[in-house]
Design a protein around this ligand. Structure first.
Ligand code: XLS
Ligand code: MG
Ligand code: MG
Length: 412
């Protein structure tokens, strides 16, 4: 192939996007509760060993581009849009007004706001550090985020505690740090009750997000299950206001099965918000776009969520790779992530309706009818052939994923 000079590269990307087909219209995309984070689109590709590869982009551009794609909801950290030194000051009101205008101009809603309690140097020892002034500052930040959330009409607040943990041993008492962290959440909920009353709005749904490591070596609340235990620990004054925002990859990072983590959250009635992305087990938080690594598992996850009528947001918390250009973020990265999600969601519907999956599942549940009181060996023998259906169901799932159930055939 001939070299592709810079001024022809976008045209090539656009032509190949078209050639991929399978894109949904913005109107179709808007039917789903899909949210686009400010920080995902504005991520510049930086990391500890990585210089940025993309130029900075502000919320006005992000909201406009999400609007064109058909992403109906937007969310943000407080400090993604308001410089830390202006938080809670006049500058905040002015920026919040500009955000409101951008959202209205481009037909988006703000679904969620979250407090950055991990990036700023003040949080070097985490949001629940020993020093009372750091903790008061953290409480101030979460209270202020509640205010912003109500101003922007959000329904959800998310908390990823970041550096709630340690690198080096011996400095902290974990039980004390957890009590202190609960104080911040209590401050947020109490502020919420006050503001919601004043504004005659429902309170926000406060959602905890776990991640097993990064940025600290040891994390006090590393998994969604740890978060559930924390919610039920008695430390929160309003546990009914606090639920979960599991992130798909964060569960894989500790070697868990995201689907099982989601199931446990569903059983607890705490699956309120869901960060969707992809990546690899027991590795870093690479935040790859949904379905690019584990499409079969994703299909299975969505079968579960459809079965339990999950109606919360699907938040595109991933990072366009460093190899994607500023142009590519909105030409390829976001529309393709949204479209893979919608396709997987539709396929999950097909799985639920599929006659073969249904009959196999029902047969498994019916059992063999062996006489009550039979011994273990007799029961095992009576169910032997039925249990083969487990593998048949898995095959059918893959057929649906690959489109083979529609009669597509391959001949050597
Ligand atoms: C970081 C988290 C973060 C949260 C919001 O790993 O995923 O982006 O979703 O603070
Ligand atoms: Mg996340
Ligand atoms: Mg992540």
């Amino acid at each position: 192939m001939k070299p592709v000079p810079p001024n022809q590269q976008r045209a090539l990307v656009d032509r190949l996007v078209q050639a991929c087909g399978g894109a949904y219209s913005p109107d179709v995309r808007r039917k789903y509760f899909i949210s686009g984070p400010q920080w995902a689109a504005s991520y510049q590709g930086q990391a500890l060993f990585h210089a940025p590869t993309r130029s900075a982009i502000g919320f006005e551009d992000v909201i406009r581009e999400y609007g064109k794609i058909g992403i109906g909801y937007w969310c943000t950290h407080d400090s993604d849009v308001i410089p830390a030194e202006q938080l809670g000051r006049d500058g905040q009101c002015e920026i919040v007004a500009r955000i409101q205008k951008s959202l209205a101009d481009h037909g988006l809603k703000c679904s969620m706001v979250t407090t950055e309690t991990f990036f700023h140097e003040v949080f070097a020892a985490g949001p629940a550090a020993e020093s009372p002034e750091i903790r008061e500052y953290a409480a101030y930040r979460v209270r202020n985020t509640v205010d912003i959330g109500h101003e922007l009409g959000a329904q959800f607040a998310v908390y990823w505690p970041g550096s709630l943990g340690y690198y080096t041993q011996g400095a902290i008492d974990e039980t004390q740090s957890l009590r202190w962290y609960a104080d911040a959440l209590n401050a947020a909920c109490e502020r919420d009750i006050e503001v919601a009353k004043k504004k005659n709005r429902p309170t926000l749904k406060h959602c905890l997000e776990a991640k097993p490591f990064e940025p600290q070596a040891e994390i006090l609340l590393p998994t969604s299950d740890a978060m559930l235990a924390f919610i039920g620990s008695g430390l929160l004054r309003h546990p009914e206001m606090v639920g979960l925002n599991p992130e798909y990859l964060h569960e894989l990072m500790w070697g868990g099965a995201p689907r099982a983590a989601l199931a446990r959250a569903l059983l607890a009635g705490k699956l309120w918000h869901f960060d969707i992305n992809d990546g690899y087990r027991l590795k870093h938080d690479v935040d790859i776009g949904v379905g690019l690594v584990n499409p079969l598992d994703w299909l299975n996850v969505l079968v579960l969520l459809r079965a339990h009528n999950y109606a919360g947001p699907f938040n595109l918390d991933y990072k366009p790779p460093r190899t994607t250009s500023n142009y590519g973020v909105f030409a390829v990265s976001f529309p393709s992530a949204v479209d893979r999600f919608i396709t997987l969601w539709e396929m999950a519907g097909e799985v639920r309706e599929d006659a073969i999956v249904r009959e196999a599942t029902e047969a498994l549940k019916a059992g063999s009818g062996v006489a009550a009181g039979a011994d273990g060996k007799a029961i095992a023998d009576a169910n032997k052939e039925l249990l083969t259906l487990h593998e048949l169901i898995a095959h059918r799932l893959v057929q649906i994923l690959l489109g083979l159930h529609r009669g597509r055939q391959y001949f050597a």
